[in-house]
Write a protein that binds this ligand. Structure first.
Ligand code: SF4
Length: 383
């Protein structure tokens, strides 16, 4: 099995302190996690060397032409996640969030799907489009949130709670999805949990993962926090995305104080903004002027006041399509540390090589794909 993070065991706390040190915080000022517990996951740390050096504009032009020619030759569709590098977004046929892109892959009249995103997203495209050949430019583009739970860990967890329904964020591997009853995203997690209670009874035991921030948000938003008896039947896995590991309410409050006119926009995609959602729900962030919006919702919202100021809580790559769509708006990163190094592993030279050499194929075995498709379809039918 592919190992994406070469970290030694028991390095979590050390790494977390490195994160905080980079953010200029005193060592030991640890991020407050929901439920007062530490996650079991090892966090990869952003290094200066992780940021790919910018390409020469002429080279970008040449590569982009070559890539489009190769895509035509291969009958390939190029999909790019919102968090990809600007030049990768510019050469793609579609830009969007993980599920939206997998749907584009499904609809596309193409033989090849070139997925510029992270590994679990390419797997999801393969699950939903088994007849198409799905490629990813770099197999090492993983996801710390997805990697915070394995299928073995999930099976062990399920064994402790026989009969429990399993709800997993879409940021999970195909193997984990195959062990799952319902997938969810940040925007429909509440609906999915409420659907389970409506269909299977209020007493249903639920295993929710792997994002503990989203779990805490759901607990609060559904009133479980005030109902210890029901909350005891809602179990949350303690995984998270490394991108938001350094973000704290104080940082967000400071950015908002420095930009008092700015609205605060939260993009509930990926694990990098669920922490901000939970901070708002918990009252750690002033809810005045806060909007939780999808990618298109965010762009539409900014277009209504194109000269306005906005603090954006999401992975910082998202600011590129927003700047393209509404160049006059003042867009401020809620936290400059919100940078997914895995997304930025996809570069134009790797994309060109991938289409030229038809590598690296991501193929989910049909039997596994069949099981993994079910929780995605259940989620989609809920909305
Ligand atoms: S931003 Fe976080 S959750 Fe999203 S792909 Fe990167 S590591 Fe995974």
């Amino acid at each position: 099995m592919l190992t994406r993070f070469n970290l030694k065991p028991n390095v979590f706390v050390k790494n977390l302190c490195v994160h905080l040190g980079r953010a200029g915080r005193a060592a030991g000022a640890l991020v407050p996690l929901p439920y007062n517990r530490f996650m079991a996951t090892e966090l990869p740390v952003l290094q200066a060397s992780d940021v790919p050096p910018p390409l020469d504009p002429e080279l970008i032009k040449e590569l982009s032409v070559e890539i489009r020619e190769l895509a035509a030759e291969r009958n390939a569709i190029i999909l790019a996640h919102n968090y990809e590098l600007p030049e990768v977004q510019d050469v793609a046929d579609y830009i969007g969030d993980s599920l939206g892109l997998s749907r584009e892959a499904e609809k596309a009249d193409a033989e090849v799907v070139e997925f510029c995103g992270v590994h679990f997203m390419a797997e999801t495209a393969s699950i939903l489009s088994p007849e198409k050949r799905v490629l990813i430019p770099d197999l090492g583009a993983g996801c710390s949130l997805s990697d915070s739970i394995t299928a073995d860990q999930l099976r062990e967890w399920k064994a402790k709670f026989p009969g429990a329904m399993v709800v997993m964020y879409v940021n999970t591997s195909a193997e984990v999805k195959a062990e799952t009853d319902y997938c969810c995203t940040s925007s429909n997690a509440i609906k999915v949990v409420q659907h389970i209670w409506a269909e299977h009874g209020e007493d249903t035991e639920i295993l929710f993962g792997p994002d503990m921030w989203l779990g805490a948000f759901v607990e609060r938003a559904t009133g479980l926090k005030d109902d210890p008896e029901r909350a005891a039947r809602f179990h949350v896995w303690d995984g998270e995305c490394h991108v938001h590991a350094g973000i704290r309410p104080d940082d967000i409050a400071r950015t908002r104080a420095e930009n008092p006119e700015a609205e605060f926009l939260i993009h509930p995609e990926c694990g990098c903004s669920t922490q901000a959602m939970e901070y708002v729900a918990n009252g750690d962030i002033d809810p005045e002027g806060v909007h939780m919006l999808s990618t298109s919702g965010m762009i539409e919202h900014v277009r209504e006041n194109p000269e306005g100021e906005y603090i954006v809580a999401t992975e910082n790559g998202m600011l590129y399509p927003m700047r393209q769509a509404v160049p006059g708006a003042k867009l401020i990163e809620a936290n400059r540390m919100a940078y997914c190094k895995f997304m930025k592993m996809i570069t134009l030279p790797k994309l060109r090589d991938s289409l030229r050499d038809m590598k690296f194929e991501v193929k989910v075995d049909e039997a596994l794909a069949e099981k993994a498709r079910l929780p995605i379809e259940r989620m989609v039918s809920i909305g």
